[in-house]
Design a protein. Structure first.
Length: 493
């Protein structure tokens, strides 16, 4: 049963009317040079929410010039002052938390509970990096031959282009902006065209927090490819931080190679979720619901492949299906809703095609498995069993509320199945034997491990993956170092 919310035009205006819907370059709101705009719509209802300026290549290069002009004074600003601005941004974002959460629901579709969690998480990046800004430490040591001293410092890398996705429009923006500003860099933020409003709201809060003109420029655009490519080919741009698909990441890496731009890439995931024979199944099912259903499965960290020991597979699958079946699906603005729509029709078609192919190959749906019709891009929570280990649904990100389950018999088999992918962002495993869990964790080709835990993201921890899941890290102290260059000075005295 779908739960609908009756939208009021006035309420929508209250959520979207306090920040600019135009480009923000050098602290000035302006239309796109072409005059082009695009509509942002609610994926639960199809309703138009707002009209947003669509940046051109010319606008992108103007933003680079603004960031370049602002860089010398911002990088020279005392770390404590940068820290105080970031702390103020945290306070403002927290105070606006409910409005921002509802804004995310409007343009992204996720449940209000998920959106509130995202805002709390996103704000923490401003707080964490307000504390890290004063801890950009260097080293001083005597050279091995004793003839000089080795002085190493971390200098701001410079103008940075930040490209963020639609699935976490607040958290992915702050996870990039906060460390960049803490390190002394200036930025151009290019948000996803499906969800630009949250980024524009965050830009407004940063301005209110005291960020000077040109330090943060916000550039929504329907022509992301040409605009980002032009910025990467400008010699003033020295950093690209991108979160999105591996396919787009490869294209951007090629573009960045022409001017040897430093790149951080948080790309695709294909997370395995391992349940061993000694696992506490109550905990494992709880963890599976978090790892799979956070943001309705539209997350790079979402559990994508469930590998369950044969002796507990039936019980685990039945318990998980019961929990999934009980989720209330509908418009995320309703407090009781736990699962919103997918982001667009293309996403729903992809999920449905993967499930249909798996069922045609012999998989059985314990719940869900059939696309809902009607208004909104909804897909029901689905649990599949009897999935063959070579099924296409195990080979790519589902990005939806679908849990395919495969059985295994030995630890070695579980590790082999988990590592059988080009990706390595995150893996989850459940076992009552900590030594066993740690030993298996070290064998998994993954940048992050959730050991008896379905949630790994934390502002204080380095987020990133192995293999084709990306390059570099976000979060933690490492996230700030991504926006610096190490400078070595040989000193004699």
């Amino acid at each position: 049963m779908l739960i609908r919310h009756e939208h009021l035009t006035g309420a929508t205006t209250d959520l979207t009317g306090w920040f600019p819907h135009d480009l923000v370059i050098d602290g000035i709101q302006r239309h796109a040079s072409s005059g082009d705009r695009f509509d942002v719509t609610n994926p639960a209802t199809g309703e138009r929410i707002a009209s947003v300026a669509s940046a051109t290549v010319e606008d992108g290069l103007d933003a680079v010039r603004a960031a370049e002009r602002a860089l010398p004074s911002w990088r020279a600003r005392p770390p404590r002052e940068r820290a105080e601005i970031l702390r103020k941004a945290f306070e403002l974002m927290t105070a606006r938390g409910e409005d921002l959460a509802r804004l995310i629901v409007l343009e992204n579709g996720k449940s209000l509970a998920d959106a509130r969690g995202e805002i709390a998480y996103a704000a923490e990046f401003f707080r964490w990096y307000s504390e890290e800004a004063v801890r950009l430490l260097g080293t001083l040591q005597r050279s091995p031959n004793g003839q000089n001293r080795i002085l190493v410092s971390h200098q701001p890398i410079g103008v940075s282009v930040l490209v963020t996705p639609w699935n976490f429009p607040a958290a992915m923006a702050t996870r990039k902006i906060a460390p960049a500003l803490a390190a002394g860099c200036t930025v151009i933020l290019k948000p996803a065209s499906d969800t630009p409003l949250t980024a524009q709201a965050i830009g407004e809060l940063l301005s209110q927090a005291g960020v000077p003109p040109g330090v943060v420029n916000v550039l929504p655009s329907r022509k992301a490819g040409p605009v980002v490519s032009a910025m990467l080919n400008d010699p003033a741009v020295r950093k690209l931080s991108f979160t999105g698909s591996t396919e787009v990441g490869r294209i951007l890496l090629e573009n960045a190679s022409h001017t040897v731009v430093n790149c951080s890439m948080e790309l695709g995931g294909n997370a395995p979720f391992l349940v061993f024979d000694d696992a506490n199944l109550d905990d494992a099912v709880d963890g599976a619901m978090i790892a799979k259903m956070r943001n309705g499965g539209e997350a790079c960290t979402a559990a994508n492949r469930f590998y369950v020991h044969a002796t507990v597979a039936t019980e685990f699958a039945e318990r998980l299906a019961a929990r999934m079946r009980g989720l209330r699906m509908g418009d995320g603005l309703e407090e009781s809703v736990q699962l919103g729509p997918l982001i667009n029709q293309e996403a729903r078609i992809k999920v449905n095609d993967l499930v249909t192919a798996a069922r045609e190959a012999g998989a059985t749906a314990l719940t869900g498995g059939t696309q809902d019709e009607g208004i909104g891009f909804f897909y029901p929570p689905t649990v599949l069993v009897n999935v063959s280990s070579d099924s296409p649904i195990l080979g790519e990100e589902i990005f939806g509320p679908v849990a395919p389950i495969v059985t295994f018999d030995t630890d070695d088999e579980a590790v082999r199945l988990a590592n059988h992918t080009d990706f390595g962002l995150v893996a989850y495993l459940y076992t009552s034997d900590l030594a066993r869990g740690l030993a298996i964790s070290e064998r998994l080709e993954s940048g992050m491990i959730g050991l008896n835990r379905g949630l790994v993201s934390d502002p204080a921890a380095p987020f990133g993956g192995f293999k084709q899941s990306g390059l570099g890290r976000e979060g933690g102290h490492e996230g700030m170092l991504e926006f610096t260059e190490s400078q070595y000075i040989a000193v004699s005295w």
